[in-house]
Design a binder for this molecule. Structure first.
Ligand code: 13P
Length: 327
């Protein structure tokens, strides 16, 4: 949560990365996934605006030029983290809702990841918004799993990033997203408290409060910022070590513009920053196209996006900064 820096989420599972690679007609293999991550993580001056990277099981065991990736990041002053959840499955008896799996054997895996160099962990739950969703059962089951994950992580000396993501999919209004986000956070923090998770030693990763992507009425950026901060002030304890925003399917520029508007309020309650996946990688992935010759262009695209988000965290992002793209 260092000022002006954020976290690169590069923890797509092999099957998610396969989908992203399909869009650029690149075959997803262990080698091509490593090559892609190597391009991203060897971006010159990546640490100007990135202080942490979330890896996943395959990547944390890979190397760049013979250097294990966690050590590679450490050498640049970037903290390596690891996604430890096992993805989502349908929640039995609750159509359209998901539960995140991955608690079985977690203690052993955390010890291995720490040994491999991880210093923080991530667990993502997804909350679907619908007319009657989310159910209380879905919120409670996911919150319990997140609390157990966070407690286990702290026991292992790792900082948990707790991520209850309220999905943007759907026609719901901004007000409905605020209501669901607030309830989801309240249920999560009740479970964290029950499991004696140290709030100071954890990070919350959450979505911005936005109308559903199919809602005809989209709020202006100032309203998004105000409502997002209001919702977080109501539901996230001030003791929380920091809050990171996910991008959740927003375009790269929209995510940066909204992040800037939120951070421009300079709310002193918690440090705020970004932990984007798609909104940091989209242009870089397109520039790369699976070709080593395009590595420099992909890195320039990532450095530009990271730099713009670094400015946004300080509330200093401008249209001029967006234009000043070396890529
Ligand atoms: P997006 O920013 O693409 O939503 O991904 C962030 C993330 O880490 C989701 O778990």
């Amino acid at each position: 949560m260092t000022g002006g820096k954020g976290v690169l989420a590069a923890d797509e599972s092999p099957s998610t990365l396969e989908k992203r690679f399909k869009a650029i007609a690149v075959l997803s293999t262990e080698a091509s996934r490593r090559d892609y991550r190597a391009v991203l993580l060897s971006t010159p001056r990546l640490n100007d605006a990135i202080s942490g990277v979330i890896l996943q099981d395959e990547t944390i065991r890979q190397a760049i030029g013979g250097v294990p990736i966690p050590a590679w990041l450490e050498a640049q002053g970037i903290v390596p983290g690891i996604k430890v959840d096992g993805g989502t499955v349908d929640l039995a008896h609750f159509a359209g809702e998901k539960i995140t799996q991955g608690l079985d054997g977690l203690r052993g895996r955390l010890a291995v990841y720490r040994q491999l160099g991880a210093r923080f962990t991530k667990w993502r739950a997804v909350i679907t918004v619908g007319e009657v969703l989310p159910t209380r059962a879905c919120l409670a089951a996911n919150a319990r799993a997140m609390a157990l994950f966070a407690a286990r992580s702290q026991e292992a000396g790792l900082v948990p990033v707790v991520e209850p993501e309220v999905l943007m999919d759907g026609r719901h209004t901004l007000a409905r997203c605020e209501e669901v986000t607030r309830e989801a956070l309240e249920v999560v923090f009740a479970a964290l408290s029950e499991h004696r998770v140290s709030l100071e030693a954890m990070v919350l990763k959450t979505g911005m409060v936005l109308a559903g992507s199919d809602c005809p009425r989209q709020a202006d950026v100032g309203t998004v910022a105000e409502v997002t901060l209001r919702c977080l002030r109501r539901a996230a304890p001030a003791a929380v070590g920091g809050i990171l925003f996910l991008s959740g399917g927003q375009t790269e520029v929209a995510a940066t513009v909204r992040l800037n508007a939120i951070c421009a309020h300079h709310d002193p309650t918690w440090p705020l920053s970004f932990s984007f996946g798609r909104a940091l990688q989209e242009s870089a992935l397109k520039a790369w196209q699976g070709l080593a010759a395009n590595a420099g262009a992909a890195q320039a695209a990532l450095r530009h996006r990271a730099g713009c988000n670094g400015l946004a965290v300080r509330g200093k992002y401008t249209a001029e900064a967006e234009q000043a793209n070396e890529a």
